[in-house]
Design a protein around this ligand. Structure first.
Ligand code: GDP
Ligand code: GDP
Length: 436
């Protein structure tokens, strides 16, 4: 169900980020535009011939002071842990180097498909030199020129061929959710507390490394959940896990795989810039969202402490006005028993489908009470609305001229839809289409 993942590995300067940018194209998610989150792009969504996938440039995961060889082997390890297909990039300019062999050695340890790409093959004369790369032991090397854009189509064809086939995994109807947030807000404590209160299903089916850290449990009302681990919460110990980029990457991966994302804040420290970045990505990704204020036990509470905290959250996270807020403590377990039911409710709303007839009643009623805007004497006409997707619910409104739809009127229609149906916790999208 989740999009397959490609990771690019290789020693420095072979052209990984150049190849990454070629493949990622112009698609830049908001997170990368947000200062301080990912300074360079290391994670992007892309698509080839209708096949969506995510791509990671492991070369961008900087391990600070670690020695050079340690860094490239850790990066290769990340690729093995995170990806479905690995692209091992080398360069025809330098030929096969010791560092390439080091990377190859790590990659021998995985069963995942590895494509060997020889970059900087800028002209046909260089093609004969790629045969040296057979010595790395990954079969036919694929010639590439990242800067000239040669060979990327063939590479993408090959990548898509190697993705795991749909249908291989059994139908999983559990509700997938994750806790995301900056370090120390209490994510792992929440994970442990939740698992302590619910019946964990132990699976003896050997999954991939990535999925093995997901945990399934059954809540008191018999609903099946899958808790998706972020930032290596329960497999601490690898050097790269403490790097900021890796934790951002893991959070983004977890968000992509979740139906509902619990954005965890720390009541003790209040709201920080970093909280907004991660929340912004979850919103942008269209997931169901719950704001979980943890460490509620640490506050000395007056009569209005909760209302005041809520007011601050609403001010700071205006785009998340649909997200419910829950105040909990992983330590005292206050209100934790309410979390699974809240996640379930948000998930139901996230996949809610409104029959067209009912939807159109609401829209036409709204228009009768608040006439559509006009521009230069021309009035917006709304003919018909229909829901075209769930997760998140997406509505198409057929109109005479989309340019006549003002932002404020679109907001009005969205509010009317929200007032008529329960969409708490989920973003909804309203799109205008011209009807000829
Ligand atoms: P990375 O360290 O592996 O991410 O490598 P970069 O993408 O930063 O590229 C390293 C250098 O190689 C840069 O100066 C690129 O312009 C150059 N480079 C990348 N791809 C090609 C290519 O296909 N041909 C040539 N001639 N140079 C390239
Ligand atoms: P993570 O980095 O987000 O996974 O945070 P941890 O779960 O490791 O928690 C960070 C610290 O906060 C630890 O010392 C926890 O014991 C503490 N902590 C977590 N939840 C609570 C809570 O609800 N109340 C209090 N007082 N401390 C908490």
């Amino acid at each position: 169900m989740a999009n397959p993942v490609v990771a690019i590995v290789g020693r420095p300067n072979v052209g990984k980020s150049t190849v990454f940018n070629r493949i990622a194209g112009e698609r830049i998610s908001i997170v990368e535009d947000t200062p301080g989150v990912t300074r360079d792009r290391i994670y992007a969504k892309s698509e080839w011939l209708g096949q969506p996938f995510n791509i990671i440039d492991t070369g961008g995961i900087d391990m600070g002071d670690e020695p050079f060889l340690k860094q490239i082997t850790e990066q290769a390890q990340i690729a093995i842990d995170e990806a479905d297909v690995i692209v091992f990039v080398t360069s025809v300019k330098e030929g096969v180097t010791d560092a390439d062999e080091k990377v190859a050695k790590i990659l021998y340890q995985t069963d995942k498909p590895v494509i060997l790409a020889v970059n900087k093959v800028d002209n046909p004369e260089l093609r004969s030199e790629i045969y040296d790369f057979y010595s790395l032991g990954f079969g036919d090397p694929m010639p590439l020129s990242g800067t000239h854009g040669i060979g990327t189509g063939d590479l993408l064809d090959k990548i898509c061929q190697l993705f795991p086939k749909d249908g291989a995994e059994e139908e999983d109807t559990s509700i997938k959710f994750s806790f995301i947030g900056r370090p120390n807000v209490g994510k792992s404590s929440l994970v442990n507390a939740i698992l302590g209160e619910n019946r964990v299903i132990v699976s003896n089916i050997e999954g991939t490394t990535r999925d093995a850290i997901d945990t399934k449990f059954i809540s008191k009302d018999n609903t099946e959940f899958t808790m998706i681990d972020t930032a290596g919460i329960r497999k601490k110990g690898k050097v790269y896990e403490s790097t900021e980029k890796y934790s951002v990457l893991r959070a983004m991966r977890a968000i992509d795989r979740s139906d509902v994302v619990c954005v965890v804040l720390n009541a003790e420290e209040g709201i920080r810039e970093q909280d907004k970045h991660v929340a912004g990505y979850a919103h942008e990704a269209g997931r169901g969202i719950i704001i979980v204020v943890n460490k509620w036990d640490t506050l000395k509470k007056g009569n209005h402490t909760m209302q005041e905290f809520e007011k601050t959250i609403r001010q700071e996270f205006q785009y998340l006005s649909y997200a419910p807020i829950i105040f909990v403590s992983a330590k005292t377990r206050q209100r934790l028993e309410k979390l699974p039911e809240l996640i379930k409710r948000v998930n139901t709303n996230h996949e809610r489908r409104i029959p067209s007839a009912v939807l159109n009643d609401v829209i036409m009623d709204a228009i009768a009470h608040n006439p559509t805007p006009t521009d230069n004497g021309k009035r917006l006409r709304v003919y018909y609305a229909t829901q075209v997707a769930v997760k998140p619910p997406t509505f198409v409104v057929f109109v005479n001229d989309p340019d006549l739809m003002h932002f404020s009127y679109e907001r009005f229609l969205e509010n009317q839809i929200r007032a008529a149906f329960d969409f708490e916790g989920t973003p909804i999208h309203v799109i205008e289409r011209r009807r000829k």
